[in-house]
Ligand binder design. Structure first.
Ligand SMILES: [Zn+2]
Length: 585
């Protein structure tokens, strides 16, 4: 009798004191990616984590007087998207200066946006379109001409970047940068000159992209306050697209620690709205070993608040040594890496492995990958990797033999949708057959190699994750060209896995990327059902509510009132204020 009394008391108090939810989402089509419970109706969130998943009835039992109950009205809910390769920290610093042609469907509209932006751009500032688009997305299926660009922008200096292949300066831009007939071409770059020897405005990466990002780096930057606003706007833009985490891959002219002061400050204020492990990218040719030695001395990889949004140095890369940069411009032949690459790369990787620093390595071509693997295997002989996190980025043309070598070394692969933007150029240079399995997505998964999916935004491709999910499930470019064989594409669930917990597998991080009790509460309520919409519609999916670490960081439409109020865009002439970012609709 006494025992029964205590048991029922425990039950009552247990229920009374069972943790109550802070947020409950009901009436959803919730894809958990948890094999034990793949789809549920409702989820409860408390203390940054998923508390429970199940039916409305079961989950509503966790409702307390302060619980926010949000009705998903039958919408699809997925774990938050983790872009495992994006240049978000650099992208954020410049986002408010950039007119985005991402998702624009006609050249006519693109030029109209250019004209409008030129009219509102103040003296001293530029109009800039910085990658993330190509001519095949336009109904006209062609590039703008210099005449059209000059006609639209007049005397407002303008720079338009086409992936990492070429760029156009209008006349006012040539003048402002003082480029003349005597200006020499940088290595593996071309400043096109007309018959009189005057610069036309066309800059070409042949295939070295240094000419492009060094020119871009000459354009004016924003003020500190504007850079902070720009970074917040860009993160909100990513949240609008369902992104809750990003692995930052560094990038040219992204110097550590100076160019991290904005995100450092925002992190201290708890204002970062995406999880953000980042990698340090070697900037100066010949100084790479010194820089990594210095950075290893400055950073304790473990000393960060694991319960925050994980803003921290994760390791080295994607560029470890300048000699290893095999530029992915398929308009030009594959670059041959210099013989100095191996000794330089070996010195850096040895240092990183000795200090247990994870590393990632940009590698487009199989020929580069073979040589990189020679180096990693040599280092492994001297200083065993012992399960250290390392992976290749891109690997579009990796061979079966090299996949076996990567697997043997415990390496991973971070894939991105670059072929969605360069598929046509790749086919023109190498033919349709080699493109069918570039990259060999299915084979990589068959071998059980840890794999993440991302965008490589914001320049060589757009930062829109739905383009990547469209590309890897359809095999098509943004222009609609079938570039990958259907047999090499993935079903939607597997593709989503790569763009959620796949990224965490890459860096061996647990407890994130699924909607499962005890996991971090990162999830997205979608405006369209990813698992039901027709293929072409995948590209236009966005979020109506995005939750990171148990907090609503973005909400729109019917959910507007549960989310943070939008912040005004500064400066007042910013194209983001008038056009936003990716043109989803
Ligand atoms: Zn890269």
């Amino acid at each position: 009798m006494k025992l029964f009394f205590y048991a029922s008391l425990l039950l009552i108090t247990g229920n009374l004191y069972a943790q109550q939810a802070e947020i409950i989402i009901t009436n959803g089509k919730i894809s958990t990616l948890n094999r034990a419970q793949p789809e549920v109706q409702a989820v409860a969130i408390a203390n940054h984590k998923v508390l429970k998943t199940g039916t409305n009835e079961v989950i509503l039992r966790l409702k307390g007087k302060n619980t926010q109950v949000i009705n998903a009205n039958g919408r699809r809910v997925i774990p938050g998207l983790f872009d495992s390769h994006l240049h978000v920290i650099r992208g954020g610093r410049f986002y408010n200066t950039e007119l985005r042609w991402d998702g624009v469907t006609t050249l006519k509209r693109a030029l109209q946006m250019l004209r409008e932006q030129a009219q509102r751009t103040p003296a001293g500032q530029w109009v800039r379109v910085v990658g993330g688009w190509n001519e095949y997305q336009f109904a006209e299926k062609r590039l703008p001409t210099l005449e059209e660009i000059n006609e639209a922008t007049g005397n407002v200096p303008t720079f338009i970047l086409y992936l990492y292949g070429k760029a156009w300066l209008n006349k006012a831009g040539i003048e402002r940068l003082n480029i003349t007939g005597d200006t020499p071409n940088p290595p593996q770059g071309l400043i096109q000159k007309d018959t009189q020897g005057n610069p036309t405005g066309l800059l070409v990466a042949e295939p070295n992209a240094f000419i492009l990002y060094s020119t871009l780096a000459k354009l004016p930057t924003l003020s500190k306050a504007e850079e902070i606003n720009s970074t917040l706007q860009y993160m909100t833009e990513l949240n609008r697209l369902g992104v809750t985490a990003v692995m930052d891959a560094g990038g040219g002219f992204q110097n550590f620690p100076d160019d991290y002061s904005i995100t450092d400050a925002l992190n201290k204020e708890g204002k970062i709205t995406v999880r953000l492990p980042y990698f340090l990218f070697a900037q100066k040719k010949g100084a790479e070993l010194n820089d990594y030695t210095k950075w290893i001395g400055m950073v304790n990889l473990e000393a960060y608040d694991h319960n925050s949004v994980d803003y921290h140095v994760e390791g080295g890369g994607e560029n470890l040594v300048a000699d290893g940069a095999d530029f992915e411009n398929f308009l030009f032949p594959r670059p041959e890496l210099p013989a100095t690459m191996e000794p330089n790369l070996k010195a850096v990787i040895s240092l990183l492995v000795k200090n247990k620093w994870p590393f990632r390595l940009h590698a487009t071509y199989n020929e580069s990958i073979s040589r990189f693997l020679n180096v990693i295997e040599a280092v492994n002989k001297e200083t065993p990797l012992n399960g250290l996190v390392w992976f290749f980025d891109h690997a579009e043309t990796v061979s079966e033999e090299n996949l076996q070598r990567i697997k043997a070394l415990g390496g991973g692969i971070a894939l991105q949708h670059r072929m969605a933007y360069q598929g046509e150029s790749f086919i023109q240079r190498y033919g349709t057959k080699p493109a069918l399995a570039s990259p060999p997505v299915k084979r990589i998964l068959e071998l059980g190699i840890p794999t993440g999916l991302g965008t490589d935004g914001t320049r060589v491709a757009s930062y829109n994750p739905w383009i990547a999910l469209y590309w890897i499930t359809s095999g098509k470019t943004i222009g609609g060209t079938q570039v990958m064989a259907k047999e090499n594409t993935l079903d939607r669930a597997t593709a989503l896995q790569l763009f959620t917990y796949g990224g965490y597998n890459l860096i061996k991080a647990s407890g994130k990327g699924k909607i499962q009790p005890g996991y971090a509460a990162d999830m997205v309520v979608l405006d369209q059902d990813y698992f039901a919409v027709e293929e072409e519609k995948i590209k236009s999916i966005t979020s109506v509510m995005t939750i990171v670490d148990g907090k609503v960081v973005y909400a729109a439409d019917a959910y507007k009132n549960v989310g943070p109020a939008p912040i005004d865009v500064i400066p007042s002439w910013s194209p983001v204020k008038y056009f936003g970012g990716y043109q989803s609709k």
